[in-house]
Design a protein around this ligand. Structure first.
Ligand code: SF4
Ligand code: SF4
Length: 393
């Protein structure tokens, strides 16, 4: 197993994310299979397990807690998250935190994160009325949290704003990072920003919800020709292994097979060569099918509606390519009067664009697509229901 160093700890670079656990025919978490996966993880040196309040409709915490109860508490690190992005009306971090300890059957969390800091949730997390961060700092002082951090779906500018506000209290940050989002969602800027601020990076969605594990045949063949023994998912992990500030790669594994494939990949480092790296970037490029905005921002000053055109076009690209929850969260986190639908089609921007993009037409298409998007929370519920139906088949 490859290990990374985080302060006084030796972390397995591969962490077991518990958002997509194996399920039974009736859609419940398959505890027997989960325990086999946990045993396999321990056998191969994985020592980091990650859960969260909403995973599996609140059942993930108990399931992983039960699976880990067979092992010495000092032999693993357990991470959990505060769902400040989901709670509404009133915020009582103590109530949720106490329940989380109870559900997991532990008296402290090694790592604890503010879950999903993004444009819409940031205000809640920073609101002094709720005192969320101060509460968790106090739990850290009491030894009930060993390390405090946050997961972030914000654009780099949102991440910067949060770091400016409370970065000094955050010991690590979990972001969506993979070779496709490196440029597509500008994960590179987030990675570099965190590195500049001295904050270690935890990675979520390393294979982009499985998309990078299931490439088109032509791309699979290119990868197989270069490394016959490695899966497409392994390539995505190898890319991350080349980034020195990545201290944790969380993979939401759903089967023993995935666990076995992943521990094999993380058994020893096998960094990408320059040409392999270039090939991955080329594959990513081919997957983009995007509006060729270079974010030069020449068009922004003259927009009578004050729209952030490159930001809107970037989300338009993301949505066309792969409508992940993260993309939808970003779209729905955009202020109402800054959405694509506010474009009045004056065409000023298109006249100045060096890439000759028909911006009003693209924004119109994007606005139409946005209108049809269900709320991201609704998507989560539908996916959960669909996965249950799949399991029943
Ligand atoms: S066409 Fe739309 S985006 Fe372009 S300048 Fe006019 S209002 Fe702004
Ligand atoms: S001028 Fe064109 S390339 Fe530049 S930011 Fe605007 S849309 Fe993008």
């Amino acid at each position: 197993m490859i290990y990374s160093t985080f302060q006084d700890k030796k972390l397995s670079l591969l962490g077991f994310g518990t958002m997509r656990l194996p399920q039974t025919q009736s859609g419940e978490i398959n505890q027997v299979q989960l325990e086999q996966m946990v045993a396999c993880a321990f056998e191969h040196g994985v020592n980091y397990f990650d859960t969260a309040w909403p995973y599996h409709n609140g059942l993930s915490e108990g399931a992983i807690g039960r699976a880990l109860s067979a092992y010495d508490r000092n032999s693993f690190y357990l991470a959990n998250k505060y769902p400040g992005h989901q709670v509404s009306d009133s915020y009582d971090p103590a109530e949720i935190f106490e329940k989380q300890l109870e559900k997991c059957g532990v008296d402290y969390f090694d790592f604890y994160l503010l879950h999903n800091v993004y444009e819409k949730s940031m205000e809640t997390y920073l609101d002094p009325r709720w005192g969320i961060i101060d509460y968790f700092k106090e739990q850290k002082r009491l030894g009930r949290i060993r390390h405090l951090g946050f997961s972030c779906h914000a654009r780099p500018e949102g991440l910067r704003a949060f770091l400016d506000a409370r970065g000094e209290d955050m010991e690590f940050c979990q972001i969506q990072l993979n070779y496709l989002d490196w440029t597509l969602q500008d994960a590179k800027s987030s990675y570099e920003l965190l590195t500049q601020r001295g904050i270690p990076v935890w990675v979520m969605e390393p294979v982009r919800g499985g998309r990078l594990a299931n490439l088109p045949e032509r791309e699979q063949a290119r990868l197989k020709a270069a490394r016959p023994d490695e899966s497409a998912a392994a390539w995505a992990f190898r890319f991350l292994q080349g980034l020195p500030n990545v201290k944790m790669v969380l993979s939401g594994m759903s089967s023993l097979f995935q666990m076995q494939d992943n521990v094999k990949t993380f058994a020893q480092p096998a960094p990408l060569s320059e040409s392999e790296h270039a090939m991955l970037m080329d594959i990513a490029e081919g997957m983009k099918d995007s509006v060729p905005c270079t974010a030069c921002r020449y068009c922004c000053d003259g927009c009578p509606m004050g729209l952030d055109i490159p930001k809107l076009l970037s989300m338009h690209n993301d949505l066309r390519f792969d409508p992940t929850i993260t993309v939808i969260i970003r779209i729905q986190g955009t202020q109402a009067d800054r959405q694509a639908v506010s474009c009045i089609g004056c065409g000023k921007c298109a006249r100045i664009c060096p890439q000759n993009i028909d911006i009003p037409a693209e924004l119109k298409k994007f606005a139409r697509a946005c209108e049809q998007l269900p709320n991201w929370e609704q998507i989560c519920r539908e996916r959960e229901a669909a996965s249950k139906v799949d399991t029943k088949k």
